[in-house]
Every structure is written in C-alpha cells, then in structure tokens.
Design a protein around this ligand. Sequence first.
Ligand code: HAM
Length: 448
Amino acid sequence: MSQSTYRTPKGTHDVLPEEQRYMTYIKKAVRHRARQAGYQRIDTPIFERRDIFERGIGEHTDIVEKELFIVSAKKQDESDDTELALRPEFTAGVCRSYIEHAMDQLPQPVELYSIGQLFRHDRPQKGRYRQFHQFNFEIIGIKDPSLDAQLIQVMVRIFNDLKILKRLNLQINNIGLPENRQAYVEALKEFFIGKERNLPELDRARLATNPLRLLDSKEEDTQILIKSAPQLEQFLDNESKEYHATVLEYLQELGIAYQENPRLVRGLDYYTQTVFEFWDESTGAQNAVGGGGRYDGLIELLGGKPTPGIGFAGGMERIIWHMKEAGVEAPHKDQVDVFVAQLGPEAKKQCLTLISRLRDKGVHTIGALGEASLKSQLRHADRFGAKYTLLLGQMEVKEGTTIMRDMAAGKQKQIKFDDAVETVTQLLVEKNLDTYSLKDALGDVDED
Ligand code: HAM
C-alpha cells in the first residue's frame, strides 16, 4: 500500500479487479435464479426522502437512530427543502415505488429484485461496512405461506450456486402480528421491572425504546435474564402459529434444512410473522450473510393500500468472504488470449490493425505498444498469462510474416501476416481455450 494522504473513507473499500470477479459471479447467479423464478429487475434511487426510511424501518431501530447518512445539498430554491438520506436498505424504496407506479394494477404478486450499494453509518468492523452491496428480492401483493417457502428456496439456490450453502444455517421464526408483539412487549417490560440494573447499558436503553431487540442481544447478562422471561411464542395468535407451521411444512417439502429460532426478531420494525436469517455455521449470528421476512403493514405505512409483502437481502461482501474461505474460485472472462509484441515503427503500425482485427473476432488481445525490448515484452505476455504471442519485427514486416509463439509449449513458428488472425482464432477454438468469447463476443455483455 502506498503512503498517499488520500484513502478510502472509513468503512468503505475499493472493489478492486480481483474482487470484481466475485461480484460479477454473484450477480450472475442472482440474475439467473431471479429470471428463472419470474422476478424482474428494479433500480430505485440511491437516496430517498429520509422519512421513507424513518417510517418504514422504524424510528427506534439502530439503522434509523444511528446509521442513516443524511444527504445535504445546496438549496436551489425553497421547494428544495425535503431532507434526503442514502438508502440503508432496498425494501422501503421498492415499496415506495410499488405505490408510486400503481403496481397493484399489475398481475399480483409483483416480484422484484435489485442489486446495488447501501449505506449505513455503522461502526466498521469485520464484515460491517458503511458502504456495502446487497442483492434483494421482494414479493408484493399476495400473501401465502408457499411464497415464503419459495422465496427462501431462491436464496438457498443462490447460496448453493455460489458453493457456500454448507457453511450456512437457516434460522427461522414467526414474530406474529403487531398486536401480538405489543402485548408481548408489555409483558417483557413488566418482567424487567426491578431488573434493569442487571442489564448492560445498551440493552437498558433498548428496554425503553425497542424491547424486542433484547431477545437477540449478544450480551451474556441479557441472554441469561431472557431465558426466564416470557416467550414471544406464548403471545402469538392462532393464525400466525398455523401460518408458521405451514411455511415449515413447505420448506420440508422442498427439502430445505432450517433451524427454528424463537429469539430471532431482526433489526427492522416493519416485519410481521415470518422472519429468517442465514447464519455463519461456525460463528452464528454476528455475521449473517442474509436475512428477510414478511412486512404486511409496510405499504400501508408508506401511504398505500394494505398490501402484503415478503423479501430478503444477501450481503455481497460477506458472501465473498465465505467464498474465499471455502476456496471457491470465481470464473471470470478477464483472460488474455493473445499478446502482440512488436519492434520498430512500421511493425507498430501494423500491430494496431492486427490487434483491432483480433478484438473484432472476439479474441481478448493486448499489445505492448511501448518501446520495450522484445525480451521484456515476452515477460509481459507471460505475466498476463497470454496463450499465444504474435511477434512482429522489422524483418517480419519486410517479409509479410509474423512469428506465432505458443506460450505454454514454448514453441514458435513463422506464419503469413495475412493469415495470423484466422490461424490464432482456429487454434483457440480447436484447443478449446476459448470458452465463450468467440462464440458470443457481443451477445454476452455483463450487466451491472
Ligand atoms: P438486513 O438484515 O439489514 O436486511 O441486511 C441483509 C444483509 O445485508 C445482512 O444479513 C448482511 O449480510 C448485509 N449487511 C447489512 N448491513 C451490512 C453492513 N453494514 N456491512 C456489510 N453487510 C451488511 C435488510 O436490509 C432487509 N431490507 C432485507 C429484506 C428485504 N427484508 C425484506 N425484504
């Protein structure tokens, strides 16, 4: 690392080319599974009115209380005074969009997915950033336990595609309806009367603002107390209990392993009934790679008609960490097929044409167009892992030839300059070295 004064801001990171390979691979798996299951892509703005998040996610959640990035800009005129915030998650924005574009008029449910950056002004630590990436799925408009199970199945498929499913553990719970939770919160507060002093400071504050969060507190003292506290399960209505049992039955039908966790509550207030998270099998909750749940009251809260919804988001940085830990390589298309080396001004000129003709054929080609010696150009070709090198010196230019070197075999031969493109292309196809580029050079553009 160089000693420059400028660094990425705290909690952010550059996605360097090596990391991009993983990002691209994850996006591919996500798009593939999304299309298979009928989800369509939606991109909402990176910033929204801050009250969309405040109302949706909940005023007493960590995300809203501590982690919102408020956007300030110079006012152009008086109508410019809405306060904006960078999105800390996708769901509230997607629901805002569902209402704004009257998506209730479309065939229901509306199934949408997104991929992109989110911002939370959290304390940075391993796997916790201030700018990070998620892929996000939402099913809006119809409520049925089979949709909960199918959504979870899409996530399972993606984790399986990325070869990290075995490292994860699906935790699932049903947190009931808001009125169930209200009654439970009262009981919990009553239980803690006289016991507050035994709670760590953070949890004492939570007891006042968001008591449910005590259930998944990481503090040992709180966990011990919670064991003898009333259980949320006892406060659930029959519909929620039945709904939960049916979701579990469908998961079994689909062969999806899960662990019931009556203390799973999640950190966003909009959830109702089904909630779930994928935990790291070895470390547990701290580094969930994804989570989601049902939010049947959110659209109404944001000004729409009562509309059910369920969704999920996966944290891409954490997924990449798991892939690397598991030794999963991300297949990529950044290989160099041909390196073109040259000596002398005339050769350089001809190389420009040669390179562009090869590229037009879909062959990944780079060329050394500087003044380096032939030896150092060949070293370069090696470092790039080029399969073939085409060499063009003054002699070759005069003779209308080029030297073609097979880098792996270390053998070379002279061929006609005019045949070079055809010969190399043929060889790449014959040796099956070309996995895709010649076949669909233009058709296979990576989407963002
Ligand atoms: P969430 O649990 O807040 O849910 O975030 C989902 C995932 O995003 C987490 O499990 C984690 O992998 C990743 N993540 C969250 N915060 C950070 C961070 N600071 N740094 C790195 N990764 C992070 C939601 O966001 C909900 N909107 C999911 C949802 C969609 N529920 C319904 N629909």
